[in-house]
Design a protein around this ligand. Structure first.
Ligand code: ADP
Ligand code: MG
Length: 345
C-alpha cells in the first residue's frame, strides 16, 4: 500500500538529522518557530530542481537530495551566511519508498555535515519537483552582495570551473569517454557540488562583491558588473581547471566551458587591492582555495584576454522562458548538448 502523506513525512523527514537550539518548534505544527540570534541578519534563498530540466529523470535520488540542498547552501556561501534552517517542498508523482529513502539520506548527509536542520515543508502529488528554502545568519550589515565592487578590485574564483558542464556534455557523447577514470570525477562535480560555506564566511569584511557560479562565469560575473556599474577584464588562461577537465576537454571546449558552462557552484568574488594578500592567505586554508583571474575596470562590459590576445568566448546561455529558445528545446538534452545550464529567471 502506498504511504500516506503523513507517514511519508514521519518516515523520511521528521526527526531526522541535527537538532538546533535555535529551533523552538520544528516539523510537527502548522508552522516552524525559529529564533534568529540577536545581532544577526537573516539571509533567505530558494532553489527548485525539476526532473528532466535540472536533473535526469533516472538520476541517483541520493545525489538529487544532496544537490537540492547544496545549490541552496551555495547561495548562503555567496552571501557570506552561516546556514541554519531548511524547508523542503516535495512534489512527487507517487510515494516511491526506495526513491524517498535514498533522497532523504542524500539530503540529510549534507545537512548534518553543515549543521542544518530541516524545520518544515510541504508534500504533494505531481511531476517530480524539489524546492528547498535555506535560511542562514550573517552579522548585521555584513552580507556579501553583488553590488559594491570598484575599478582596481581583483577578481577571484574558488575551486575549478568547467567540470560540471563537461560532465553534462559527456553524458550525451560516446560511452567510451564515460568509461574513462576522469569521467567519474567530473560526474561527481556535476552531481555533488561542494558549497564553499567556510570561504563565504571568511570573506565577510574582505570581499567587495560575491556571487556563486550556477549559470557560468561570464553570466554570473556579469551580474556583479551590472549591479556594481563597472566592467572587467578576465585573463582566460588563469581560470583554474581540474586535471580531469584538461585531459577530457575537446579543443573548442578548453576555454569556452570554464567561461560559460554552469553548475560548478564555485564562488566568484572581488577584493580591493589592499586586502588581496589577506584574502589569499586566509583562503589558502580552505578546500578549493582561490585563484586570481582578472580585474575590475571602469569601462562597462566584460573583456577576455587569452595570453594577451583578445578572446571572444562562445556566448549563449540557457534561460527559462527565453523568447529565442523554443519550448521543445528547453530540456536536459538541449543543455547537455550546449554544455550550458539553466539560468533561473
Ligand atoms: P499543513 O497542512 O498545516 O500545511 P502539513 O500537513 O502539510 O501542514 O505538514 C505537517 C508538518 O509536516 C508541518 O510541520 C510541515 O512543515 C511538515 N512537512 C510537510 N511536508 C514536509 C517535507 N516534505 N519536508 C519536511 N517537512 C514537511
Ligand atoms: Mg496547517
Amino acid at each position: 500500500m502506498p504511504l500516506s502523506e503523513f507517514d511519508l513525512i514521519n518516515r523520511y523527514f521528521a526527526h531526522h538529522g541535527v537538532t538546533r537550539p535555535d529551533v523552538v518548534l520544528g516539523i510537527s505544527d502548522d508552522g516552524a518557530v525559529l529564533r534568529v540570534p540577536s545581532g544577526s541578519d537573516l539571509v533567505v534563498a530558494m532553489d527548485t530542481m525539476v526532473s528532466g530540466v535540472h536533473f535526469f529523470p533516472d538520476a541517483d535520488p541520493a545525489a538529487v537530495g544532496y544537490k537540492v540542498l547544496a545549490v541552496n547552501l551555495s547561495d548562503m556561501a555567496a552571501m557570506g551566511a552561516e546556514p541554519a534552517w531548511a524547508t523542503l517542498a516535495l512534489t512527487l508523482p507517487q510515494s516511491d519508498e526506495a526513491w524517498l529513502a535514498a533522497f532523504s539520506a542524500g539530503l540529510f548527509a549534507l545537512a548534518g555535515r553543515c549543521g542544518v536542520q530541516l524545520v518544515g515543508g510541504d508534500t504533494c502529488r505531481g511531476p517530480l519537483t524539489l524546492t528547498v528554502q535555506m535560511h542562514g545568519f550573517v552579522p548585521e550589515g555584513m552580507a556579501l552582495r553583488r553590488a559594491g565592487t570598484r575599478p582596481g578590485d581583483v577578481i577571484y574564483v574558488t575551486g575549478t570551473l568547467g567540470d560540471a558542464a563537461l560532465a553534462l556534455r559527456m553524458r550525451s557523447g560516446n560511452t567510451e569517454e564515460l568509461a574513462h577514470t576522469h569521467a567519474a570525477f567530473l560526474a561527481e562535480r556535476l552531481e555533488r557540488p561542494t558549497p564553499r560555506i567556510q570561504t563565504g564566511i571568511a570573506l565577510r569584511g574582505i570581499a567587495s562583491a560575491a556571487i556563486d557560479i550556477s549559470d557560468g562565469l561570464t553570466a554570473d560575473l556579469g551580474h556583479i558588473l551590472k549591479a556594481s556599474g563597472v566592467g572587467a577584464t578576465l585573463e582566460v588562461e588563469h581560470i583554474p581547471v581540474s586535471t580531469a577537465f584538461t585531459a577530457m576537454a575537446k579543443h573548442r571546449e578548453r576555454w569556452n566551458l570554464p567561461l560559460s558552462g554552469g553548475d560548478d557552484y564555485e564562488l566568484c568574488f572581488t577584493v580591493p587591492p589592499e586586502k588581496q594578500a589577506e584574502a589569499e592567505q586566509l583562503l589558502a586554508r580552505f578546500p578549493g582555495g582561490c585563484t586570481r583571474i582578472g580585474v575590475i575596470e571602469s569601462p562597462h562590459g566584460l573583456r577576455c584576454l587569452l595570453n594577451g590576445e583578445v578572446f571572444e568566448p562562445t556566448v549563449g546561455g540557457y534561460q527559462h522562458f527565453s523568447p529565442t529558445v523554443s519550448q521543445s528545446d528547453q530540456g536536459m538534452q538541449c543543455k547537455a548538448k550546449s554544455g550550458e545550464k539553466a539560468e533561473h529567471t
